[in-house]
Ligand binder design. Structure first.
Ligand SMILES: *Cc1c(COP(=O)(O)O)cnc(C)c1O
Length: 223
């Protein structure tokens, strides 16, 4: 067995059945994706439109691609109908464009709203309170072809486990507040994507239903 397969199986053996593993294959070649696929992995995460579009035709059709990077509105059209989930909706403008392009393509696009809690200025995403308010006003009911399935978030990039755990707790609280605010109207809002290679066990303890693991499966990325 190759290393990628070994690592996939090892990580999977530590996850409960109800936690989804997204193998983040960005910056790794299609051959590495195929190794993971052959080990049974079907969900892969990519963060660049061009790279995703190059990999799709080279790999099996039953792969479910998650888009996890910052998505520019002018590139939305290219990926509509090609992803099983866009995890990184970070502005209302982007949400609007995804919805419009989904209507145009005659598909329903599944998305997560990205929340920002990490204490680094450069990270994308919504402020939790802003998002709770938006949901509380049932603003999502205007969407025609977009299904909001939950939230995605990242913890601060630090070895301080207490701070990482606190960030995950805040993302989870945001998720629960939205669910409580929209109890009757928001259907299928059940995905909480948080945790990466170095912190996914903590994310799971704090309620993640989906983890995005790259380096721990594919090794270091060469940018
Ligand atoms: C790259 C990336 C990951 C995976 O990071 P690793 O540390 O390699 O596991 C997860 N989530 C997002 C949003 C990413 O951009």
């Amino acid at each position: 067995m190759n290393n990628i397969a070994d690592r996939i199986l090892q990580i999977k053996s530590t996850l409960h059945d109800d936690v989804e593993l997204v193998a983040v294959s960005k910056f790794h070649p299609a051959s590495a994706v195929k190794d993971a696929y052959d080990a049974g992995q079907r969900i892969f995460g990519e963060s660049r439109v061009q790279e995703l579009m190059m990999k799709i035709p080279e790999l099996p059709d039953d792969i479910r691609w998650h888009f996890i990077g910052h998505l520019q509105t002018n590139k939305v059209r290219q990926i509509i109908g090609k992803t099983s989930l866009i995890e990184s909706v970070d502005t209302l403008k982007l949400l609007e464009v995804i919805d419009r392009e989904s209507v145009r393509a005659g598909v329903v696009t599944r998305v997560l709203m990205q929340v920002h809690v990490a204490r680094e200025e450069t990270k994308f995403g919504f402020d939790c309170n802003e998002l709770i308010e938006w949901f509380s006003q049932y603003r999502y009911s205007n969407l025609k072809a977009t299904h909001i399935c939950g939230l995605m978030g990242m913890a601060s990039n630090t070895n301080d486990e207490i701070r990482v755990r606190d960030d995950f707790k805040r993302i989870k609280e945001c998720y629960e507040s939205i669910r409580a605010a929209c109890r009757k109207n928001l259907i299928g809002f059940d995905t909480l994507s948080m945790g990466m290679s170095h912190d996914y066990p903590i994310a799971i303890e704090e309620g993640a239903t989906s983890v995005r693991v790259g380096t721990a499966i594919f090794g270091e990325r060469v940018y």
